[in-house]
Design a protein around this ligand. Structure first.
Ligand code: HEM
Ligand SMILES: [Fe+2]
Length: 377
């Protein structure tokens, strides 16, 4: 970040590309730091590989474990296109590779990784059979990757690609909504799971991982609303032509990014907390997690409905009535209604931070301390 600061202020002269800000949204890190990031990702893969190696050797679990490894390899592998350009490459070429990473991470390989991860958790908890877990993984892999890979072209509509990109991008990315809807149905199953019999044991399941499932349900909800509905809303080429770069983009970005991958990261963190703590220790942090769950979700809902969505719609109307240049100018942004809606975002942000993030930080620190105490006993 220090490098970015220096780079933006033109203090790095010719080494801005290597140590400063590359000038690209999401790929802003200087190339040197980016190489370190890539090395870090490979190291992460090595750590994963090292811990799942014993499971890969076991005959029973080798297929599902290998799938997990392939899904993990895809993440650093598909980061490589971030190196396919330099400081003077043409805009169209850079933006092609840039979205190859941004889009394929969030709409392809992360989704796949998530599915495998959740399938494994369910299998390991004894809730589903191995064959069910494998079927879900294969089906989702086919659905995500067939829609998601060609669907990358929905970011290439207006960057200098041919008409084929527009046609293929529009059709295939529209298909991405299918697996997202299936995931939402999964979320519905999590709800039923809390008071049903399990597939393998036929008995009532007690759910020690209730809050993990709640966060997974939130993933399903935001997948549908944030990615499915708000993503689809701006997905058609004719809409994208007027909308691109307006607040409707962050409206979708916030709901999909925090909603899906933020909530997922928390589901996994809480899974880990519950797994390492005994029942008594867990009782003392569960309340923080309950509050945090509602704070985060309510905060995100408020951000979207009180600010991002309405400002996005007003801005889109302004593009249509007065032109793109006007909708991004101070004349538009300084109007009373837009200013008021900016302030209207404050309550949502506060709920998110104070009721959502803060209890979670407390829960994490408490878990750590309880774990140390547990070990000492
Ligand atoms: C969990 C899944 C998803 C995540 C995390 C996600 C995230 C994002 C983010 C952060 C952006 C902003 C990129 C930028 O600033 O240039 C974006 C743009 C976009 N997303 Fe998604 N997205 C997801 C799924 C989808 C789906 C399923 C669709 C459509 C069916 C979609 C359609 C789009 C479109 C068309 C844009 C470009 C909007 C523009 O530049 O105006 N996204 N997405
Ligand atoms: Fe995309």
């Amino acid at each position: 970040m220090f490098g970015e600061l220096l780079g933006i202020n033109n203090l790095l002269e010719n080494s801005w590309f290597w140590f400063g800000h590359q000038g690209w949204e999401y790929l802003d890190l200087g190339r040197f730091w980016q190489i370190l990031l890539a090395i870090g990702l490979v190291f992460w893969l090595f750590l994963l590989f090292r811990s799942i190696l014993p499971a890969m050797k076991s005959k029973k679990d080798s297929e599902i474990t290998s799938l997990f490894l392939y899904a993990a390899i895809a993440i650093p592998l598909f980061y490589l296109p971030a190196f396919f350009f330099n400081g003077s490459t043409h805009y169209s070429v850079v933006d092609t590779w840039r979205f190859w990473i941004i889009h394929l991470w969030v709409e392809g390989f992360f989704e796949l990784f998530v599915t495998v991860m959740v399938a494994i958790i369910f299998y390991k908890l004894g809730i589903i059979r191995q064959i069910t877990a494998l079927r879900v993984v294969y089906l989702d892999a086919i659905l995500y990757l067939s829609g998601g890979i060609v669907g990358t072209a929905h970011h290439w509509y207006w960057i200098g690609h041919s008409n084929a990109s527009i046609a293929l991008g529009a059709i295939f990315s529209a298909m991405e909504v299918v697996p997202l809807t299936l995931l939402t149905l999964d979320a519905w199953d999590f709800i039923k799971l809390s008071n049903s019999d399990c597939e393998t044991c036929g008995k009532k399941v007690s759910v020690p991982h209730k809050w993990t499932f709640y966060f997974l349900m939130a993933v399903g909800f935001w997948n549908f609303v944030g990615a499915g509905v708000f993503g689809f809303l701006i997905n058609m080429p004719i809409i994208s032509y007027f909308e691109v770069g307006t607040i409707l983009t962050p409206n979708h970005g916030h709901a999909a990014m925090m909603g899906v991958f933020g909530m997922l990261a928390l589901a996994l963190a809480i899974f880990a907390f519950r797994q390492v703590l005994n029942d008594k220790a867990w009782e003392s942090i569960e309340k923080y997690i309950r509050v945090s769950f509602w704070g985060l979700n309510l905060g995100l809902v408020l951000m979207v409905i009180s600010n991002l969505f309405p400002v996005g719609v007003l801005q889109l109307l302004d593009v249509i009535n007065n032109g793109y240049w006007h909708a991004r100018s101070p004349e538009f942004l300084n109007q009373n209604i837009i200013r008021t809606l900016e302030w209207a975002r404050l309550p949502g942000d506060m709920v998110f931070i104070v009721i959502g993030c803060l209890p979670l930080v407390i829960a994490s620190l408490k878990s750590y301390m309880l774990l140390i105490r547990q070990k000492a006993n």
